[in-house]
Design a protein around this ligand. Structure first.
Ligand SMILES: Cc1ncc(COP(=O)(O)O)c(C=O)c1O
Length: 449
C-alpha cells in the first residue's frame, strides 16, 4: 500500500535509485539500458556534469523570480540560443516564451496563434485544425488537438469539437500500397489537401492555425510523412493566411538529426513548440518560439500576451536548458545523430527476422517499430493481445527500456514500440540494445504466434 498516485494503480513500478549515461538502476540493484530516453526526453543521457553544475550555480544565485517582475540571465541567453537555431526567415524578430512542459507549450502555441489574430483585428478566427493519430499533450487545449482516441475518450465531453484531418501515414496509405510504405508524392498531396477542404467547409475567415508533429511521435511510432506533404500544407496555410504550428516537443533540437524536424521538409512554420530534449530531463522545461512575423503583431499592438504560468521561464530550468543546448552544440550532437542514422537503422534490421515486425521507420535517433500479424495484408495483432505492452514488459525483464504505443490504426488496433536512445549512446551500446531487443522479439513471437 502506498500513498503515491501511480499512473496505473494496479501495476507495480520499480523505484529508481540512480542513473549514469544510458543506464538507470533501481533500488533492487537492477540496471536497465534506456533505449527510449525515458519518453524521448533524456537526449543527453544521465549524469552530465556540466548540466548539473549549471543547475547548482543557478541555485546558488537565485532559484526563483516571477516573470511579472524579472527576467533571468539564463532565460535571456537561452532565448537567444534557441532562436539562433531557427531558419533565417523565421528567426528575424523571433522570440522564445518558456514554460515547464510540452502540454503547456502546445496550450501556449495555440493561444499565441489566437492572440496574433486578435491583435490584428481578426478575432473571428478560432479554429485550430490538427490530425488524427497525433499527440499534443494532456491538458484540455492540447488534448482537444490530440488525435489519439484512447487518450481522448474519457474526456471527450470536456474537449473542443474535433477539428482533425488524416495524418500522412505512409505505411498504411489509403491507396493500399503493399508491403512497405507508399512513397508516392500524389498520395501525400491528397492527404495534405484534406486541410484545404476542411478550411473551405469551415469558412477560411474562421480558421487560425494548423498544428502538426513533423515526425509523429508516441501515437504513430515515428511516422515520417512523404517529402511532398509539408510543402503542400505550407502552401495551403499561406493561401488562407493561417498559421502553421510545428509541434517539435519530441522532434526538436536534434532528435531527428536536424535542429528541427521541419527542416527535413524545407518548410518554415510560424510557431514552434519545444520541450522534452531542450533541458534533456535535467529540469522541467519547454518553449514556444514565435516567428518574427507573429511577434510583430504583438509589438505593433498592445505588446501584451495575455497568458502565463507561475513557473514560466523558471531560472533553474532555463539554466539547465542553456547548459543542455550548449552541450549539444559543443559536441556537434545534431550532426552526429544525422551521420549515425543509417547505421542505427541498419542495426535494427536484425529485428525483421523475429517475424512480427511489419515496418521500421523514423528519422535520426527516433525509430518506430510496428508489429503485424501478416506482412502482405498488414493485418495487426488483436488489440486485446496488447503486444506492444508484452514487448515492453519482456524488454524490461531483460534490462531494456522501450516506449510502447497502441490504438493508432483506427483508435483500437495497431501496436508499436519506439526506440530513441540518448544522442550520446555509443556504437557498442547500440549493438547491445538491438541484441537484447532481438532476443525479446523472438521470445514474444513464440508466445503470440
Ligand atoms: C509531440 C508532443 N507534443 C506534446 C507533448 C506533451 O508534452 P508533456 O508530456 O511534456 O506535457 C508530447 C509528449 O509526449 C509530445 O510528444
Amino acid at each position: 500500500m502506498s500513498e503515491f498516485f501511480f499512473r496505473n494503480l494496479k501495476k507495480t513500478y520499480p523505484t529508481v535509485a540512480s542513473a549514469k549515461g544510458v543506464r538507470i538502476t533501481d533500488t533492487q540493484g537492477k540496471t536497465y539500458l534506456d533505449a527510449c530516453s525515458g519518453a524521448v526526453v533524456a537526449n543527453l543521457g544521465h549524469g552530465v556534469a556540466e548540466i548539473n553544475e549549471a543547475i547548482n550555480d543557478q541555485l546558488k544565485k537565485v532559484a526563483f523570480a516571477h516573470t511579472t517582475q524579472f527576467v533571468s540571465e539564463a532565460g535571456l541567453s537561452l532565448a537567444k540560443k534557441v532562436v539562433e537555431l531557427t531558419p533565417p526567415a523565421f528567426r528575424t524578430g523571433a522570440r522564445a516564451y518558456f514554460m515547464s512542459g510540452g502540454s503547456e507549450a502546445v496550450e501556449t502555441a495555440i493561444k499565441m496563434a489566437r492572440s496574433y489574430f486578435v491583435h490584428r483585428g481578426e478575432s473571428q478566427r478560432t479554429i485550430c485544425f490538427s490530425r488524427w493519430q497525433s499527440y499534443h499533450g494532456s491538458t484540455f487545449g492540447a488534448l482537444s488537438a490530440t488525435g489519439h482516441p484512447a487518450r481522448r475518450k474519457p474526456y471527450v465531453p470536456l474537449l473542443r469539437a474535433p477539428s482533425h484531418i488524416s495524418a500522412d501515414y505512409r505505411y498504411r496509405c489509403k491507396c493500399g500500397f503493399s508491403p512497405g510504405p507508399c512513397l508516392k508524392d500524389e498520395c501525400s498531396i491528397a492527404v495534405a489537401d484534406e486541410l484545404e477542404s476542411a478550411i473551405i467547409f469551415s469558412g477560411p475567415e474562421n480558421v487560425m492555425a494548423f498544428i502538426a508533429e513533423p515526425v509523429v511521435g508516441a501515437t504513430l511510432g515515428a511516422a515520417v510523412p512523404g517529402r511532398a506533404y509539408f510543402s503542400r500544407i505550407r502552401d495551403i496555410c499561406n493561401k488562407y493566411g493561417i498559421l502553421l504550428i510545428a509541434d517539435e516537443v519530441m522532434t526538436g533540437l536534434g532528435r531527428t538529426g536536424a535542429a528541427f524536424g521541419m527542416n527535413h521538409f524545407g518548410v518554415e512554420p510560424d510557431i514552434i513548440a519545444l520541450g522534452k530534449g531542450m533541458a534533456a530531463g535535467y529540469q522541467p522545461l519547454a518553449a514556444v518560439l514565435g516567428s518574427g512575423r507573429v511577434v510583430k503583431a504583438f509589438e505593433e499592438s498592445s505588446g501584451v500576451f495575455e497568458h502565463g504560468f507561475t513557473y514560466s521561464a523558471h531560472p533553474v530550468s532555463c539554466a539547465a536548458g542553456l547548459a543542455a543546448v550548449d552541450y549539444v552544440l559543443k559536441h556537434d550532437l545534431i550532426e552526429r545523430v544525422a551521420a549515425r542514422e543509417s547505421a542505427f537503422f541498419q542495426r535494427a534490421e536484425v529485428l525483421l527476422s523475429s517475424g512480427i515486425v511489419g515496418d521500421i521507420r523514423g528519422k535520426g535517433f527516433m525509430m518506430g517499430i510496428e508489429f503485424v500479424k501478416n506482412f502482405d495484408s498488414k493485418e495487426p495483432f488483436a488489440a486485446d493481445l496488447r503486444i506492444s505492452q508484452i514487448v515492453s514488459q519482456e524488454a524490461m525483464k531483460n534490462g531494456l527500456l522501450v516506449y510502447p504505443g497502441s490504438g493508432f490504426i483506427d483508435g483500437v488496433n495497431g501496436d508499436h514500440i519506439m526506440v530513441a536512445p540518448p544522442f550520446t549512446t555509443t556504437d557498442d551500446e547500440i549493438s547491445e540494445l538491438f541484441e537484447i531487443l532481438s532476443r525479446v522479439l523472438v521470445t514474444v513471437a513464440k508466445q503470440v504466434r
